[in-house]
Design a protein around this ligand. Structure first.
Ligand SMILES: *[C@@H]1O[C@H](CO)[C@@H](O)[C@H](O)[C@H]1NC(C)=O
Ligand SMILES: *[C@@H]1O[C@H](CO)[C@@H](O)[C@H](O)[C@H]1NC(C)=O
Ligand SMILES: *[C@@H]1O[C@H](CO)[C@@H](O)[C@H](O)[C@H]1NC(C)=O
Ligand SMILES: *[C@@H]1O[C@H](CO)[C@@H](O)[C@H](O)[C@H]1NC(C)=O
Length: 521
């Protein structure tokens, strides 16, 4: 009987499993990052690949071909647990410092987890892994797995590349027209902005590399002193899947190993709205506004002054309704207007996709703004921390968003913002146009990602490797060539000057001698 089962499995397999076995190492505990990894790994699983995942977000429901091989415990639960005060404290830090330590070095300490050690030393062999996927952000020590097993290392970035990431694949940087993604430059940069952009980028890189150097020791402590440094491991990255796309981000040259898959996480497979939310939406005859500050922030802990403004302004837009995502609605002060419905968890994509939605009030997280753009929903942006200011500025520049400052906004500002996005057609129309441009591509984001992952597995880690990887920075920017040419020109000028002076001397010398001879005569 068992024999038969095994035989049947193999027969079945011969027909459908031409897939690879992939390991996704995503130990960072930020939910908004994992959304992208989850959709990528599920997409690979649907394609017939066998995926194993290491993360702090094991799936709640089993998914075919998807296995949570190691479940990590997060150091702190962030989902629905970020108060206003905690938010101000955490994001008061220098962002590069926070990313390098909290998002990087601390995450690398997971390498001493016995389950991770066991996986590294005794990986499954039936079949073995064909490639390893890691998040490229800061915990690049996890590249050790690809090194140990000698398989391609694939990077995934949940934002456009941070300043220290382009060198991993020799992605051209072009600081003259591509702003550092930590800065809010949206238009063309003037001279001083270019100076600032260059200095800031150099500083960010040096500081990041300095802070993350301790990962060398973490790796060598757990895997032996002959292991490569974290910088060497970074240079082994075969390709980076980047959550950006030219319709939203800037036009810039891309090396083939930099693959744009902006919006990959926007998948509505298997999502359903809760019946009460569904009914409430269906009953909103004049449409509704969706309000969410993302997966972590607790709106109920915000200052009373801010909540009062919300209550007053949102009440005024009735009969338009408001759907508010809020972790503990019972902690809100009394007086919530009648047209506001609250719920601790929402299927955001289903809501943004709904035909009755009129606008989205958001903190400007990248994932949420991309979802709104994909479905053509105009926004009111109230950025709170990190890249949100920049994301909102970019949306404002495209006429799809009104921006408000949480520390200064008044009831009038909120009223004006709501009136604009609800009644001024430019916002809706611009949003619809941008949606069309964002989705118009030769191949959708998920299929693009899968295609290139399969490509490097088929043709090897070096298939997309730029020859620029073997040059130093001064060779790449032609400093040596220009220095040499300058030297040549200098030598030529010196030689010419010398010859001219020599000739002049000869002529004037002759004149002298002829004068002399004349005098003598
Ligand atoms: C929630 O956040 C607080 C910090 O604001 C932290 O002390 C607490 O441990 C967190 N809760 C969990 C379950 O991690
Ligand atoms: C949705 O609303 C329409 C009227 O606008 C009503 O006829 C229909 O029964 C409602 N459907 C649900 C599922 O509530
Ligand atoms: C935004 O609107 C302004 C004024 O209506 C217009 O001049 C500008 O070109 C628009 N920008 C975009 C990106 O459509
Ligand atoms: C949207 O696109 C259409 C067609 O390309 C164009 O005519 C219209 O001006 C655009 N609207 C805005 C607000 O940019």
């Amino acid at each position: 009987m068992r024999m038969l089962k095994v035989m049947f499995f193999w027969l079945f397999c011969l027909s459908v499993c031409h897939g690879y076995r992939l390991l996704g190492l995503f130990p960072y505990h930020g939910q908004s990052h994992f959304v992208m990894f989850e959709q990528l790994m599920k997409g690979l699983a649907r394609k017939g690949h066998q995926v194993d995942v290491v993360s702090t977000f094991p799936l709640k429901k089993p998914y075919p071909n998807y296995n949570d091989i190691v479940k990590l415990t997060p150091p702190i639960v962030l989902v629905n647990n970020m108060s206003f005060e905690f938010m101000q404290f955490v994001f008061g830090m220098n962002p590069v410092h926070a990313i390098a330590t909290v998002g990087g070095n601390d995450i690398c300490l997971n390498l001493e987890n016995p389950a991770i050690q066991e996986l590294a030393r005794n990986p499954p062999r039936d079949p073995p892994y064909d490639a390893v996927l890691i998040e490229v952000l800061s915990a690049h020590c996890f590249g050790i797995f690809a090194h140990l097993w000698n398989v391609p290392l694939i990077g995934v970035s949940t934002t456009s590349l941070y300043p220290w990431l382009p060198p991993l694949i020799a992605q051209p940087e072009n600081l003259a027209f591509v702003p550092n993604n930590c800065l809010s430059f949206t238009g063309r940069m003037n001279f001083w902005q270019r100076v600032y952009n260059t200095m800031h980028t150099v500083y960010n890189k040096l500081y990041f590399n300095y802070l993350t150097k301790v990962q060398d020791e973490i790796i060598r402590k757990h895997f032996g002193s002959d292991m490569p440094s974290v910088r060497e491991m970074e240079s082994k990255v075969a390709l980076i899947l980047i959550n950006s796309y030219m319709a939203l981000n800037r036009i810039q040259p891309k090396t083939p190993a930099a693959i744009d898959v902006g919006g990959l996480h926007i998948q509505d497979e298997g999502l359903t709205l809760r019946p009460d939310v569904k009914k409430w939406i269906n009953d909103s005859k004049d449409g509704f506004v969706y309000f969410s500050f993302g997966s972590m922030v607790m709106i109920e802990t915000f200052p009373r002054k801010f909540l009062n403004i919300l209550y007053a302004s949102l009440g005024k837009i009735a009969p338009v309704r408001v759907l508010m995502k809020i972790p503990s609605p019972e902690k809100l002060p009394p007086g919530l207007p009648e047209n506001v419905y609250t719920s601790p968890w929402m299927q955001q994509i289903k809501i943004l996709k709904h035909s009755k939605i009129r606008a989205f009030i958001t903190h400007g997280g990248l994932m949420g703004t991309q979802e709104a753009i994909a479905y053509g929903v105009p926004m009111i942006g109230i950025p709170l921390y990190a890249d949100q200011f920049m994301n909102i500025d970019a949306c404002v520049a495209r006429n799809i968003t009104v921006k408000l400052d949480i520390n200064k906004m008044t009831e009038n500002d909120m009223d004006a913002a709501l009136n604009a996005v609800l009644w001024d057609p430019i916002y809706k129309e611009s949003a619809r146009n941008l949606s069309q441009r964002f989705l118009d591509r030769p191949m959708n984001a998920l299929d693009t990602a899968i295609y290139w992952i399969e490509y490097v597995i088929k043709y090897g880690s070096d298939a997309l490797r730029s020859p620029a990887m073997d040059l130093t920075w001064w060779q790449l920017s032609l400093v040596d060539v220009f220095a040499f040419l300058l030297l040549c020109i200098t030598i030529i000028i010196i030689v010419v000057v010398f010859i001219v002076r020599f000739l002049l001397k000869m002529i004037t010398g002759n004149d002298h001698s002829s004068l002399h001879s004349k005098k003598k005569n």
